[in-house]
Every structure is written in C-alpha cells, then in structure tokens.
Design a protein around this ligand. Structure first.
Ligand SMILES: Cc1cc2nc3c(=O)[nH]c(=O)nc-3n(C[C@H](O)[C@H](O)[C@H](O)COP(=O)(O)OP(=O)(O)OC[C@H]3O[C@@H](n4cnc5c(N)ncnc54)[C@H](O)[C@@H]3O)c2cc1C
Length: 375
C-alpha cells in the first residue's frame, strides 16, 4: 500500500453511511476517502414509506452523502461504478475515468428484476432501487390528484416493503384528495403476506390492512401486467389503473463486470470479515452482498448492522491489524408502519405488538439513525 491508504467506497447504502459516520467519530488521519454514488442524497429505507405517507419531509429521510464525505475530508464523486477489478485494484466509472484503491468497499443495493413479469417494464412502477422510487411515487400521487387519474392501485408483492408502501399510499391519498372511498389500494402476493414476520404479527397485520381498507389477494402469483391491471397464474385478473412491482429483485449486473467472486444469484460472495471471497482488500455489504457462512434476507436492517463491523474491519486492514468476524443476528425486529401513526412489531417467533407504541418505537429508532448524519 502507498503511505496513505486510498479507501474507495462505492455506493451510498446504509452500511457505507455508517462507515462515514465511524470515520467522523474516530478520524483515521492515514486514510483518504473517495465515495462514489450516482446521487448526492441517499434515502433511508426505514423512513421511506413514512415520507410517502406524508409523515416525514424529504430532508428528514435523506442522507447527504457529499456532506458526510466532506465532514471527514473525503471526496464525493457523483458517478456510477461500471467495473470492479480486484487484482488490478481499480474500478471503472461511467464518466470514462477510473479510480485506483488500496481498500475498496461496495454497497450498491439491489436492482429490480423487471422482466420477470411480462409487461412490467412497460406498465409497472418498480420500487427498487430505492434511490429512484420517490420520483415515481411523486408522479403517481400527482396523477391520482388529477381528474381521471388512477383510482385502483395494485401493489404486487406482499413483503414488508410492499405492505408498507400500500399502507402509505392509502393513507396519503385518502387524506389528501378525500378520495378515500373511491380510491382502492390492494396487494397481490404469491404466498402469504409478510413472510418475514412471525404468525402473531401477521395476524395483527391482516387486521390492520382490513381496518385501513387495503385489499389483500393471497396466493396470487402475478404473471403479466398491462394497462388495465394484472393477470395471475391461475388465469384470473385483477383490474388496476396503476401497478407497483415490489416482488422481484436481482443482483446489479455491474457486479459481474470484473473479477469479484459472486454467489449463484450474482451477488458478491463475502466471508465473515465482510471481504469478498478471495480478495484481501475488497469488502462488500448490504443487499449487494451475500454472506456465504451466514446468509440472511436482503433487508436494510442487516445493512445497518453490518455498518459498524465494516468500519472497524476497514480500519483494521488499513492499520495492518487483524480483522474480526461478523455474525449477523438470527432474530431481528421488524416494524411495519401503517401510514397513520401506528405500526406492527415482530421479533423472533412469538413477540408481536401493534399500535401507536410500536410506531413510536420505530420513529425513535429511525430518527436516532438519521441523527447520526445531521449537523
Ligand atoms: C418501500 C421500501 C421500504 C423498505 N423498508 C424497509 C424497512 O423498514 N426495514 C428494512 O430492513 N428494509 C426495508 N427495505 C429494504 C431496504 O430498502 C434495503 O434492504 C436497503 O436499502 C439496503 O441497503 P443497502 O445498504 O444495501 O443499499 P441501498 O440503500 O439500496 O443503497 C445503494 C446505494 O448505492 C448506489 N449505487 C447503486 N448502483 C451504484 C453504482 N453502480 N455505483 C455507485 N453507486 C451505486 C445507490 O445510488 C445508493 O446510494 C425497504 C425497501 C423498500 C423499497
């Protein structure tokens, strides 16, 4: 390595936000940081549905990456990485330049598998990547406000993200244009609702969906989307004026452009130190990485947990110290907001509660996270 360590962070995901915070709290004078991301402002997923629901302002739920990099004397490069060369210690950027590194870390999230459903590319709103979502929901809300705008909104995919968005859209649109009765929001999902939460929480969730008037079609595998709704595998139809697709996501193709090890699904394969398998100087975290020893669902809660471990292992590598293994938690708290100041909480197999207390906990946790990046 050169006398100073050139640390390149690719992507402004949640884990990298925490690396920047770590470096701000405990400065490492020997490290020069360059952060590469296509957008200066990175949305925090925990507050994203709350913003759609009208509960948080845009500033409250975005991390200013340029400011976070500047705070530690680092550079922010507004660009997209298009090639990763571990052996040559270089990445390629979409502006035609490249960047050499001593240590590289990749946290670029996940991308929609829009072609997995026929017609989705043309007719559906893909919710991933989350950086692009708000412009699309703003546009949808604008259309709903207009005369003759969509009145039946279908969310395809009943995972936590789809459920939160359905709640948020229902709450916001009902409140804003008084179209409550005329406006229908429904979820169609291939299996059961929110498989990532426990059975008691799922019971509370179904009750909350019914109370808010969000329709639910279980065991409804959507195979095609068109201008008038969705077709299901069993041959039936769901009529809709606007469709949001939350169900299919895949590894960003760019991860395959270079020499980094990937798992069979195309995600970067990482070891317990969060380094890409076979790479001494390349780390990866968040949705774009899969821990070979400890695979977990792709969720922001894991990206957040990886952040401090990623920071200390990057620092250890720069200092020539041993790296520590990181084992992600087996049980985690899931909090699904209902868009009206309530939430459903789930942890492990049995803990479940709902209502305003659950939302207050979620709000406190989310604001505490965002406060790390404020003034
Ligand atoms: C509506 C919704 C609600 C959700 N709510 C929750 C929740 O409550 N709890 C939860 O645990 N999870 C939630 N999720 C999932 C969560 O959003 C993701 O798991 C989380 O954002 C993953 O974080 P990450 O660090 O992997 O990267 P991301 O947050 O996806 O960020 C990736 C970053 O990389 C940048 N980038 C992308 N490509 C490149 C490139 N080629 N070069 C450089 N930079 C690049 C992007 O611009 C972005 O800054 C939700 C998802 C959605 C859609």
């Amino acid at each position: 390595m050169s006398a100073r360590t050139r640390l390149v962070l690719v992507g402004g995901g949640h884990a990298h936000a925490l690396v920047l915070h770590g470096l701000a709290e405990a400065p490492e004078p020997g490290i020069d940081v360059a952060l590469v991301a296509p957008d200066r402002f990175a949305p925090y997923s925990g507050m994203l549905p709350g913003h759609v629901a009208g509960l948080y302002s845009r500033e409250e739920m975005h991390i200013d990456l340029e400011r976070a990099a500047a705070r530690i004397g680092g550079r922010f490069l507004c660009a997209r990485a298009i090639g990763f060369h571990g052996a040559a210690r270089r990445i390629d950027l979409d502006d035609g330049t490249n960047l050499s590194f001593d240590i590289l870390s990749i946290d670029i999230g996940i991308t929609p598998d829009i072609d997995a459903i026929a017609g989705a590319r043309e007719y559906a709103i893909a919710v991933k990547p989350i950086g692009d979502l708000l412009a699309k929901t703003d546009e949808l809300i604008e259309r709903v406000r207009g005369p003759g705008g969509p009145r039946r909104i279908l969310v395809v995919g009943g995972g936590a993200a789809g459920v939160c968005l359905a709640f948020a859209l229902k709450a916001r649109l009902s409140r804003e244009n008084g179209a409550g009765a005329a406006l229908a929001v429904a979820i169609a999902t291939a299996g059961d609702i929110a498989p990532e939460i426990n059975a008691p929480a799922r019971f509370l969730l179904r009750r909350a969906l019914a109370r808010e008037g969000v329709g639910l079609r279980l065991n409804a595998r959507v195979t095609a989307i068109d201008a008038h709704g969705a077709s299901l595998a069993d041959g039936t139809r769901i009529a809709a004026d606007a469709v949001l697709a939350t169900s299919h996501a895949k590894a960003p193709a760019v991860l395959g452009l270079g020499d980094l090890a990937r798992d069979p699904d195309g995600f970067l394969a990482i070891d317990e130190t969060l380094r890409v398998i076979g790479q001494e100087r390349v780390f990866a975290a968040g949705d774009c990485a899969t821990s070979v020893a400890h695979p977990r669902p792709k969720a922001g809660v894991f990206a957040v947990r990886q952040g401090p471990a990623l920071f200390s292992n990057i620092r250890a590598l720069a200092r020539g110290e041993p790296l520590r293994p990181f084992v992600p938690q087996r049980d985690w708290l899931m909090l699904i907001a209902d868009g009206r100041g309530g939430a459903i909480a789930s942890r492990g197999r049995f803990l479940a509660f709902g209502g305003r207390l659950a939302f207050r906990l979620k709000d406190w946790l989310d604001r505490r996270f965002m406060a790390l990046f404020g003034d």
